[in-house]
Design a protein around this ligand. Structure first.
Ligand code: GUN
Ligand code: ZN
Length: 427
């Protein structure tokens, strides 16, 4: 057993737009007690120390803030090197930047090198769990699983399924996509902290036969994830309506192919109607809110309040390389602005929820991660208010934890991540 002494904040439920104080806990002088890789307790230092063995090592982190490890619900590791590519909306951006970048992953050495850099970047930003797209190449999934395994990080990933409307060198087909994915499930799913995600890119680049094969796989392996894109861009939505005239909506395409179920995570979900929201909530699917991407690609504004009112599980996603940062603090700051534009609020406590417990609920991992409930895995981040000269000044002028956390969300970057702990170990 060991303990860390610092300020501690975590969520117990969704704080909502009113930042309901009963849904989160804050200990100004807190103690996080861990035993190996698991949480024993989080609470007030003075009260807890009295009941703990006198010889237990206690690490004093001074005026820092411990929060649960951040969870990225949607990101593309192969797009690390095309982040910040100029000028195009989704469909042009895919053709100009994403597909040529992903074609380089035919080389397994390239895939391994980028995967290692990607995992290091995520950890440097305090992200301890992620749901990750590979490329169409099966070895891209191997590469990112190996890189995460080396750090003990919790990660779900999959090889991308895409057999139409894309460059020939990036195509699989319904049969090989199915058999390659199945082999990857057998190799990686449930190995340590790793899990497999069946990953049809989106309904535009998968034939109906491929979507059906993916749906078959999803029913054969109910505890693997399904990970895809949904209703991101208006041109995309119109093209889907043309390609699938028998479907009521874009979401209905996935539903008809057996891809809407628990553990199915849909990135973006910008252009949905009430019926879609009801279907997604009833089926237990989840939405990844990717604000930096939605702004950067000019896609639109995520309607968090309608999604949550419908009962849909929601977490934040960085969506790098359409997104512009691997930091969930930077992502939360853009989420605030996206909601502000729609005359909604995003208090700091709810932003923290979307980056931790809400994301864990979206991924059906809230029995393992997302907050400091006893027995959960000891994944956490030590935030340094003084990581930059500007955050130091701004925090000195703040009084409440809500104010301090909001200032960090607005201003912080990886310099404010003092340490990232994975399974109780500082990485
Ligand atoms: N839709 C299909 N593929 C992609 C992708 O790589 N990035 C984003 N943002 N949307 C997509
Ligand atoms: Zn994406």
């Amino acid at each position: 057993m060991q303990a860390l002494r610092a300020s501690i904040m975590h969520c117990l439920a969704d704080p909502g737009e009113e930042a309901d104080a009963a849904t989160w806990e804050y200990f100004d002088d807190g103690l996080l007690v861990i035993d190996g890789g698991h949480i024993v307790h989080a609470g007030d230092a003075a009260a807890l120390l009295a009941g703990l063995p006198a010889d237990m090592p206690v690490r004093d982190l001074g005026g820092k803030l411990i929060v649960p490890g951040f969870i990225d619900c949607h990101v593309h590791f192969p797009q690390l090197d095309i982040i910040g590519s100029y000028g195009a909306q989704l469909l042009d951006w895919l053709n100009q930047y994403a597909f040529p970048g992903e074609a380089k992953f035919a080389d397994p050495d390239h895939a391994r090198e980028v995967a290692r850099a990607f995992v290091d970047e995520m950890l440097a930003n305090g992200t301890t769990t992620a749901l990750v797209f590979g490329t169409v190449h099966a070895h891209s999934a191997d590469a990112v699983f190996e890189a995460a395994e080396a750090k003990g990080m919790r990660l779900m990933a999959g090889k991308v399924l895409m057999d139409t409307n894309c460059p020939p060198e990036l195509r699989d087909d319904a049969d090989t996509g199915y058999t390659d994915s199945k082999a990857l499930i057998e190799r990686w799913h449930g190995k340590g902290r790793l899990g497999y995600a069946i990953t049809p890119r989106f309904a535009l680049t998968s034939s109906s036969a491929q979507l059906a094969a993916a749906g078959r796989l999803a029913s054969e392996y109910p505890d693997v994830w399904v990970h895809t894109h949904l209703a991101e861009n208006m041109d995309e939505v119109e093209e889907i309506a043309r390609l699938f005239p028998d479907s009521r909506s874009y979401l209905d395409v996935y539903e008809q192919h057996g891809l809407l179920r628990e553990r199915a995570v849909f990135a973006h979900c910008l252009h949905m109607d009430a019926q879609d929201r009801k279907s997604m909530a009833t089926a237990g699917g989840a939405a990844a809110f990717c604000p930096t991407s939605n702004l950067f690609l000019g896609s639109g504004l995520f309607d968090l309040s309608s999604m949550r009112e419908a009962g849909i599980r929601c977490g934040l996603g960085t969506d790098v390389g359409g997104g512009t940062s691997l930091s969930l603090l930077r992502t939360a700051s853009e989420a605030y602005k996206v909601l502000h534009l729609q005359e909604h609020a995003l208090p700091a406590a709810r932003a923290l929820y979307l980056a931790t417990l809400g994301a864990a609920e979206a991924l059906y991992l809230d029995d393992k991660i997302g907050n400091f409930a006893p027995g959960k895995e000891a994944d956490f981040v030590v935030l340094d208010y003084e990581g930059t000269t500007l955050t130091k000044r701004r925090i000195a002028a703040a009084s409440t934890i809500e104010e301090k956390l909001f200032a960090l969300i607005t201003l912080a970057d990886d310099r404010n991540i003092a340490a990232t702990y994975v399974n109780g170990e500082q990485i």
